[in-house]
Write a protein that binds this ligand. Structure first.
Ligand code: BES
Ligand code: MN
Ligand code: ZN
Length: 495
């Protein structure tokens, strides 16, 4: 879709539909007032008839506008006449795009930056329109042979006052970068595991860096990883016919000497559980076990598109976790790249096994901070459901920065403790540590395992098993936490 910023008077704009807000006390927004004046009080009369209550989620399409050049108006409820919360503002935008996306409009004008929203500016409001619109029109179609409901909408004009146009344009650029990063991550994640293999992910990273002078990709193959002593990562891959890859993306937008932010994404392209095989029900969703890796690619794309003045390294360990005669077995003891030995008590706790060697590898970049994102535990769904991602880390300032970014980005996180008491649960009789910590506090013990490999730098871990995709009838990837990470990077760039 093409988005533009429009500063000309609303009533003069040509489009298939003008989108304006009204409050639940029948008050018109300032944009709605302009349209009301231009249509001889049409909106006032419709509202007086009680045809729309004006609550959040309400919409009403006026598809005949007598004696006017305006073709159609979509009224969207804004709720009570007071500043909207950020969440409600996004709901309003979602209601608007959901009301028009099935209609055969090719162009709309969105006037919703005129709403008052708590604690935000026009940049933020513009950005949300782009993000929410793009999210709502995303479709995964590449594997369908019959035509799907084709989106007709191609042009979205976002109106602002002239004096706010430059702020809105910044919001537009940020919104596009985030929305495109999200769409890229969603697409990779929605692809089935027979297409999206470790090799395919590596090719996607190479193709991505081909689009930007500032971005380089290096792929380590199994032999390279053997030389590095990545015994833990390679053990996970051993049961699969697909060779493992370690994808290294290097974005150089900052000073030569400025230390990079390292993002590590779990790229497990299919998690069967291995010899500790998972239940059959819902196992298809384990194609999503590479959502962390996909989000790293999406975030680097966004950073490169925005030309952020930072150095960023993306690391994606990519592998399948499958059972066969070569596979990792419960009781096996692995030697990780760090030298620490690991007793594999459950082959389904494989994410931490590929991440630990990647964390050790991250040290060579002398990172400013390291953030890993992984669909790591089912336990995070028990603890937090599908609303926030779990956040754990060894550095309060980094965790607080991520919490602040998550609030701006509407991509929530909730911090869980990473106290040393939990390390007890990872003791092994035979090796330096076990790869599982028993049934209590599964998300925390998984992060505690990783913490053993992140002792030399500031590190945070995002458990995205509850947030990276939706299950049920709307099954599909969400692209989270691309918005959060991009906001974190934007904040770093502005610091
Ligand atoms: N990829 C899964 C985590 C997962 C499970 C994400 C369900 C989303 C839904 C991970 O590799 C895994 O299997 N974790 C195990 C760990 C356990 C064996 C300690 C889990 O959560 O069951
Ligand atoms: Mn697993
Ligand atoms: Zn997994």
């Amino acid at each position: 879709m093409n988005y533009s910023i429009e500063t000309n008077p609303l009533e003069t704009l040509k489009s298939d539909c003008l989108i304006v807000g009204i409050y639940s006390n029948q008050q018109l927004s300032s944009a709605a007032k302009i349209i009301d004046d231009a249509t001889n009080g049409l909106l006032t009369s419709i509202v007086a008839r009680d045809d729309i209550a004006g609550n959040i989620d309400d919409t009403l399409l006026l598809n005949v506008i007598p004696n006017s050049a305006i073709k159609r108006v979509l009224l969207v409820g804004l709720g009570k006449q007071k500043p909207l919360t950020a969440k409600n503002y996004r709901k309003v935008i979602a209601a608007a795009i959901n009301a028009v996306k099935k209609l055969r409009f090719t162009s709309v004008v969105v006037s919703l930056t005129d709403c008052d929203v708590e604690k935000v500016d026009v940049t933020w409001k513009t950005r949300q329109i782009v993000e929410v619109f793009d999210d709502a029109v995303y479709q995964f179609t590449v594997c369908k042979t019959k035509p799907v409901d084709e989106l007709m909408l191609t042009n979205v004009a976002i109106t602002t006052h002239e004096y706010q146009a430059s702020e809105a344009k910044i919001g537009l650029a940020q919104g596009l970068a985030i929305a495109e990063g999200v769409a890229f991550a969603k697409h990779l994640a929605d692809l089935p595991a027979n297409i999206c293999t470790p090799t395919f992910l590596a090719q996607q990273a190479l193709a991505l860096s081909g689009n930007f002078d500032t971005l380089d990709t290096t792929i380590l193959d199994v032999a390279d990883m053997e030389k590095l002593g990545m015994g833990s990562l390679l053990a996970v891959a051993r049961g699969s016919l697909e060779p493992a890859k370690l994808i290294i993306l290097e974005y150089r937008g900052g000073d030569k000497n400025s230390k990079p932010i390292v993002l590590i994404g779990k790229g497990l392209t299919f998690d069967s559980g291995g010899i500790s095989l998972k239940d059959g029900a819902g196992m298809d969703e384990m194609k999503y076990d590479m959502c962390g890796g996909a989000a790293v690619l999406g975030t680097l794309q966004a950073a490169a598109q925005l030309n952020l003045p930072l150095n960023i390294v993306g690391l994606v360990p990519a592998s399948e976790n499958m059972p066969d005669g070569c596979a990792n077995k419960p009781g096996d003891i692995l030697t990780s790249m760090s030298g620490k030995t690991i007793e594999v008590l459950n082959t389904d706790a494989e994410g931490r096994l590929i991440l630990c060697d990647t964390l050790t590898y991250a040290k060579r970049f002398q990172p400013e901070v390291v953030i890993d994102l992984a669909t790591l535990t089912g336990a995070v769904l028990v603890a937090l459901g599908r609303v926030p991602s779990g956040l754990l880390g060894n550095d309060d300032a980094l965790c607080n920065d991520l919490i602040a970014a998550s609030e701006t980005a509407n991509d929530s996180v909730w911090r869980l403790p990473l106290w040393e008491e939990y390390q007890e649960q990872l003791k092994s009789n035979f090796a330096d540590l076990a790869n599982i910590g028993g049934k209590d506090a599964g998300t925390i013990t998984a992060a505690c395992f990783l913490a053993n490999f992140a002792e030399d730098f500031r590190w945070a871990h995002l458990d995205i098993a509850g947030t990276a995709w939706r299950t049920g009838v709307t099954k599909g990837a969400t692209g989270r936490p691309v918005p959060l990470l991009t906001q974190y990077l934007l904040n770093r760039a502005n610091a």
